[in-house]
Write a protein that binds this ligand. Sequence first.
Ligand code: PLP
Length: 438
Amino acid sequence: MATNSEQHTSIPTTATYSSNGGQASQSPLAGVPQAPKDPMFGLSAAYRADTDPKKVDLGVGAYRDNNAKPWVMPVVKKADEILRQTPDLNHEYLPIAGLNEYLSASQQLVFGEDSPILKDHRVATMQTISGTGALHLGARFLHKFFPESEAKRVYVSSPPYVNHLPILHDARLETGFYPYYTPTTKSLDFENLLSTLETIPRNSIVLLHACAHNPTGVDPTQSQWRQIASVMRERHHLPFFDSAYQGFASGDLDADAWAIRHFASLDFPALLVAQSYAKNFGLYGERTGCLHVVTQEAELAGRIGSQMEKLQRVNISTPPAYGARIASTILNSPALFAEWQSDLKTMSGRIVEMRKALRSLLENGKGGEGKWKHLTEQTGMFCYTGLDPEQVRQLREQWHVYLTGDGRVSVSGLNWGNVRYVAEAFGGVTGKGGRARI
Ligand SMILES: Cc1ncc(COP(=O)(O)O)c(C=O)c1O
């Protein structure tokens, strides 16, 4: 075992701390470098600082209603009221794994009520700090328990969700990419995706987006998912699903869980799901999620659960209660569950409507039929417009329209009050129309 002095040899002595105006700093932390600003949060700050009344925020990663305001779902308000009226509700710690009735309802939501996985008790589930916490717990678990080999590497989509690599690297996992997107067609790079899964080492870990891929908005079809699953099963890869948009993508909870359930039906030796309730309940700040680890035996699931509890204990000790209580109240009440489904349709329906409106405005403008068809072919909150960094810069500086440098638009930032202006702005920077009526 390393002694304390051995462990500390890389830390500089007082004499080598960086100097400040010729005076040596006394702080042992003086060498801490400035970290770059998070690009997403930087974009929001720039938008807030813009005083132009026409400004439009298409960077926001949270649902906005037709007045560009956050939307508390009516069913969430009801659950909140029910909790407030519960006389014996207290602020005690939850169990380390989380609120029991929330965990079982979350399993049913992901895998389906009749899933053999649940009947056979082959899944270990932990309540987590939303989807990010689930991804991180899963990554830490894999770092600790996935056998050492050349296959111990997590493959993420290219382009990846902005936080996937940082989370995986923080858990000290090696990473690689699988091709996902073809810019020229603005669609799935299916052949290269499949051939990469065929050629990476057997037993690799593959991080997949369950639906509504972020940032591209491009999802495989069911037939493509079947082929992906079959190659992964044959090559003994471990599927690690990121499910951040169940019910939000299509408005249908079962349709958005189709890929996970299909993989689960193929009896992979192990399968992970990081589940977030941030978007589909609008519980962003309540940090409500779950990590599920599926195995082929109940006894192994029990051992995995015990190890995940150990990881949870040192990281957050026990999870936060409020969001889980809201979600559990809705998930465990048939009446509230039905209302939730209708609220999900309201959100996803508005997004589909805005995709159609923007496309229609852009294509009608200068006879550019089909040029913006990717706007309606993609799904979920995000859309990869194909706008390049220079066009994104012009949009921000000349039109006060804010989107990420890769041309990703958060469709929920569009509404009937700004979509014409945004179409005009897109038309202005691309020369592809945008002035017609819809
Ligand atoms: C693909 C994907 N995964 C995970 C997350 C994590 O979200 P949260 O930690 O808020 O649940 C997000 C949020 O935008 C996402 O888009």
